[in-house]
Write a protein that binds this ligand. Structure first.
Ligand SMILES: Cc1cc2nc3c(=O)[nH]c(=O)nc-3n(C[C@H](O)[C@H](O)[C@H](O)COP(=O)(O)O)c2cc1C
Length: 222
């Protein structure tokens, strides 16, 4: 099983609740499946560039114009996205670790998503065939911490919606969310309890992920 872990949190693990969820998740997953091939991308070490006009042309022009030939600059503008997309397309499971910042994903995570969610890299798109994934990811695990508490379908939560819909768009509809809510000591007194519950949930989700059947659909149908 290949797992790609993308982390958007500049804090050390001992100060970061979301990173502690990741420790619990991977501790359990590796205990159950020591053969897991794990690729870690720390976005604060491998910073994604912001989306550029050159990248836009390099990835979207081929969708509309078969005769398009990229310039050298346009080709180079795709370097980060192409390298990240390669790791993405080799993964069976994607794990995203992040805090909630301003009700959404940290900007560095959004920048990474803008890079890799590009046609020709992780999905194909056409009028005839619609959108088709070029990856084999079966499940996304989202490990998140927030200061506040958000009920289901809370309008303020732009984070889980954004992650869910972005990956659903390219054919990944299984998303497991572990959310350590109420982490602000200014507004809550039970943050330790919430954290402990989320850490437990992270280990439980790892048990489910360890059980995923990776047989390709066409082989399973034989
Ligand atoms: C820049 C910034 C913005 C934040 N915005 C929100 C927010 O919109 N909603 C919320 O519930 N918590 C917000 N928080 C609180 C964090 O989500 C919370 O501290 C969480 O535990 C951070 O995760 P971490 O411990 O893994 O870093 C914000 C914190 C920072 C630093």
């Amino acid at each position: 099983m290949n797992v790609l872990h993308v982390c958007a949190n500049p804090k050390p693990t001992e100060e970061s609740v979301s990173k502690q969820l990741a420790s619990a998740f991977f501790g359990k997953l590796i205990e159950l499946k020591p053969e897991v091939e794990l690729v870690n991308v720390d976005l604060y070490d491998e910073k994604p560039p912001f989306y550029s006009y050159e990248l836009y042309k390099r990835v979207w022009n081929p969708v509309f114009d078969e005769s398009y030939e990229p310039s050298k600059v346009e080709e180079m503008a795709m370097n980060y996205a192409a390298k990240q997309a390669e790791a993405f397309n080799e993964a069976d499971v994607l794990v995203l670790t992040m805090p909630m910042w301003n009700f959404s994903v940290p900007a560095i995570m959004k920048a990474w998503m803008d890079q890799i969610l590009s046609p020709g890299l992780t999905f194909s798109i056409s009028k005839e065939d619609g959108v088709k994934g070029l990856h084999k990811i079966k499940s996304v695990v989202l490990l998140v911490a927030s200061g506040g508490v958000y009920k289901e379908d809370d309008d303020r939560d732009a984070l889980t919606r954004q992650v869910r819909h972005s990956f659903d768009f390219i054919g990944i509809d299984d998303i497991e969310i572990v959310w350590a809510e109420g982490q602000s000591p200014l507004f809550f007194t039970n943050q330790e309890e919430n954290k402990a519950m989320a850490i437990e949930a992270a280990a439980e989700i790892a048990e489910d992920i360890a059980e995923i059947d990776l047989t390709p659909a066409e082989v399973a149908a034989d």
